[in-house]
Design a protein around this ligand. Structure first.
Ligand SMILES: [Zn+2]
Length: 332
């Protein structure tokens, strides 16, 4: 095969080939369950020139991405988290599309830092896990549910030492959208751009005097349209926001607790944020019971109180403690 005919996605597999043997040597049983990629080929990568390009091309982009992601997870497991990310400031800004997103995705991280602002942007909602428990109808129902969910967020903010703010925006369902119709995200991001960016700067009224604080933004894993709007607006205004904050992106839980949803979401994020080249850092949650106690502050979102930490830790193909995850391109 001529060079010009080789698959364009070949660099990721070469990087993965370099890293995967280390995973095997460490005694980890790495498997990609949802595809038939034969890792034996990668366990003997000595003669790369003898590798069949046809075989590589047949893996498909999904398999390549899954393998690359497992390798990055492994690297983040071994690499210490950047020292700068451990610095907490009262000006740190946690961006939550909905009530509960920061608690589910970064609750243990926020609880440890006990500083910053929690900004819940789409704080008008009509969703509860048990709809029959709310008798009100129409506009009154939206008001009752929004108030209920905001009270849950207030309880979490108090517990985690965060100053709560609500953006007052309608969630996707109230705007008449299927929440997972990702094709609508671009239009919505354009229409809501001014409101979202105004809410972000309004929540940060004071000018920080210490080192640049952090802004924590969802990666939109799971493809919820409101999460995608927040991500797209932050990326569109990245330079203006970066002048004030250091920026890190968090893996959205519970969505990231399913491997395929996580792999798909991270691939989409990488495509949207292609210039950033962020690195993953892993933040163990400590005692699972402590994070579950935070999650339990949101009873309206569960039919039964969650008993397992599994939906609240990112899915992995390597052994890892229950954790939360941030991706950042910041050097410090
Ligand atoms: Zn959400």
């Amino acid at each position: 095969m001529l060079d010009s005919q080789r698959p364009t996605g070949i660099l990721p597999i070469l990087r993965a080939v370099e890293i995967v043997p280390k995973i095997v040597i460490a005694g980890q049983d790495l498997r990609l369950q949802e595809n038939a990629l034969d890792l034996n080929l990668l366990r003997n990568p000595v003669d790369r020139s003898g590798m069949s390009w046809n075989a590589i091309a047949s893996f498909g982009p999904k398999a390549l991405h899954g393998l690359n992601l497992a390798a990055q997870d492994f690297a983040s497991r071994r690499r210490p988290a950047p020292a700068g990310l451990a610095e907490a400031s009262t000006h740190d800004l946690y961006l939550a599309p909905h009530c509960d997103d920061i608690c589910f995705s970064l609750g243990a991280f926020a609880l440890k830092r006990r500083k910053g602002v929690l900004l819940t942007l789409f704080s008008k909602s009509g969703y509860v896990a048990r709809p029959q428990t709310i008798a009100a109808l129409g506009d009154e129902r939206i008001a009752v549910i929004s108030s209920l969910r905001q009270r849950e967020d207030l309880a979490f903010a108090e517990q985690a030492g965060l100053r709560p703010c609500f953006g007052g925006l309608d969630e996707a369902l109230l705007r008449g959208h299927d929440p997972f119709e990702t094709a609508k995200a671009q239009d919505d991001a354009r229409q809501l751009d001014g409101a979202v960016i105004a809410a972000i700067f309004a929540a940060a009224a004071e000018q920080p005097k210490d080192r640049q604080p952090w802004l924590f933004c969802p990666m939109a894993i799971g493809g919820h349209i409101d999460h995608m709007v927040v991500l797209k607006v932050v990326l569109r205004h990245y330079n203006a926001l970066r002048a004030r904050w250091r920026i890190a992106f968090y893996e959205d839980l519970h969505y990231a607790s399913a491997w395929q949803a996580r792999a798909t979401g991270l691939a989409r994020f990488r495509h949207l944020a292609v210039e950033l080249k962020p690195q993953r850092s892993l933040w163990p949650i400590g005692a699972a019971a402590d994070k579950l106690a935070l999650v339990a502050l949101y009873p309206s979102q569960f039919v039964e109180p969650p008993a397992s930490i599994k939906p609240f830790t990112p899915a992995q193909r390597i052994p890892a403690p229950a954790h939360e995850a941030l991706w950042s391109a910041e050097q410090t």
